[in-house]
Design a binder for this molecule. Structure first.
Ligand code: NAP
Length: 359
């Protein structure tokens, strides 16, 4: 912290205020309040579908504006998701919303000094936004967490269990929540069931392996990389194989985030009546073999899944606190070295989550 500098303290009655930071960044804020400020942030300045990192910039951005029903959180840690790379490619983030501070997840300190975690799905309940506003994830419509401060509807703030560090807690609201909902809500598995997790090195995938193991599932995994397959077994998978390899048994459910590259294998790995849950398509969303015949003949279920509810995030936090399960953190980097983390995510050279620290 400490990179943000307050400039030109302004004491004015309610109404919009506009100005320029010492760096030249423009700001605007509304409502009552004594201070106008800027802060250090990492943001999407341009969209580039082919070279997404060319649009990634860092520097001063306007601090969050006061807004009825919303609160500001000092970000202590924020984790990187593939969603941030998609945003730089323009997926879910139109040019007209730029510049947009990236980052969907955060843990930090709220306005009353409490340690908190954010639920990053905005508008799911209507809290803090209009009743007709569609659901969005932080960074799609509202500024994200790769910053010193972030504003969210107050309803979206949950207490951070003391058992979890800020870095660990910051991994939970997107990748881990997604894995939790895929496994325990949408796959409907129970202890003793078997599950295949595709792309073992990913943030959602490592979460699914760890959560599945802790919940008494028989977890299989795939990875293109031998070292990652070994790590998957260390995390609790009974066996990790190359993508496409035959498993020792057909599974009750598949956790799919890789997409086109693994889709056919996912379908073929299911037992009759099994469930394929998909929440992402990193390798593309047009598999060459959709396996349609197998899907209807074996009465397989294909279920889409996105993020999770606030209740599910509360349950996930409690699950981690109670079981000792902790997110797999690949690396913690200071926020001003965020580009290194984005480069590792883009190259696939990671196992678990990359976290940016503000402390
Ligand atoms: N719907 C939602 O709410 C939601 C939430 C979170 C994430 N997602 C999506 O889920 C996907 C994964 O997200 P993440 O943050 O976990 O990403 P990540 O950490 O980048 O994981 C991607 C993993 O996919 C595997 N992979 C990538 N390309 C592959 C290919 N061509 N063939 C085989 N495997 C490949 C890799 O596994 P190996 O290197 O081990 O083979 C890699 O570790 C993304 O598309 C993301 O947008 C969706």
């Amino acid at each position: 912290m400490g990179r943000g500098r307050f400039v030109r303290p302004v004491r004015e009655p309610a109404g919009w205020q506009e100005g320029v930071c010492h760096t030249g960044a423009w700001f605007r804020r509304g409502g009552r309040g004594p201070i106008v400020g800027c802060m250090f942030a990492v943001y999407a300045a341009r969209i580039d579908r082919d070279q997404p990192l060319s649009g990634l910039e860092s520097g001063e951005r306007p601090a969050p504006e006061a807004r009825p029903g919303w609160s500001t959180v000092q970000v202590r840690a924020a984790s990187l998701n593939h969603h941030d790379l998609w945003s730089l490619r323009g997926v879910g983030l139109p040019e007209g919303r730029l510049p947009m501070i990236l980052g969907c997840d955060a843990a930090g300190i709220d306005e009353d000094g409490n340690e908190v975690v954010l639920h990053s799905v905005i508008g799911q309940s209507g809290h803090g936004v209009g009743p007709d506003e569609p659901r969005s994830i932080l960074t799609e419509r509202y500024q994200g967490t790769f910053a010193e401060r972030v504003a969210v509807p107050t309803w979206n703030i949950l207490p951070k269990p003391k058992e979890l560090s800020f870095a660990e807690a910051a991994c939970l609201p997107t990748a881990w929540l997604t894995a939790y909902r895929m496994l325990f809500t949408n796959a409907g598995v129970r202890p003793g069931d078997s599950v295949l997790v595709q792309g073992a090195g990913g943030g959602v995938a490592t979460a699914a392996i760890v959560l599945g193991k802790a919940a008494g599932l028989r977890v299989f995994a795939t990875s293109r990389d031998e070292a990652k397959r070994k790590r998957a077994v260390e995390l609790g998978a009974v066996e990790a194989v190359e993508p496409g390899a035959r498993l020792p048994q057909r599974v009750d459910a598949v956790i799919e985030t890789v997409g086109a590259a693994t889709w056919s294998h996912s379908v073929k790995s299911l037992r009759p009546g099994g469930t394929l849950v998909i929440s992402g398509a990193t390798s593309g969303d047009r598999p060459s073999h959709a396996e349609l015949t197998r899907i209807f003949f074996l009465e397989l279920k294909v279920v889409g899944s996105t993020m999770g509810t606030k209740d599910e995030l509360e349950d996930l936090l409690a699950f981690c606190a109670a079981t000792g399960v902790r997110p797999v953190v690949d690396e913690v980097l200071p926020l001003d070295r965020a580009r290194e983390g984005f480069e590792r995510l883009a190259s696939g050279d990671l196992f678990g989550k990359i976290v940016f620290s503000n402390s």
